[in-house]
Ligand binder design. Structure first.
Ligand SMILES: [Zn+2]
Length: 53
């Protein structure tokens, strides 16, 4: 039940950021000061941000 809720949250909330290195999802309010929880890389992009642009 909790896991399904988490997936729904992913779609509903906008504060999901993708690591530019390993593409792991990171949920944070301030990506500027957040490093990837998986690899520690600090360059994150917003989930909805396009690569080109
Ligand atoms: Zn990463």
């Amino acid at each position: 039940m909790a896991q399904k809720f988490d997936e729904a949250e992913d779609r509903l909330f906008g504060d999901i950021y993708i690591c530019r290195k390993c593409n792991a999802k990171n949920k944070t309010d301030n990506p500027e000061e957040t490093s990837c929880r998986k690899c520690g890389y600090s360059n994150l992009r917003h989930k909805n941000e396009q690569f080109a642009g």
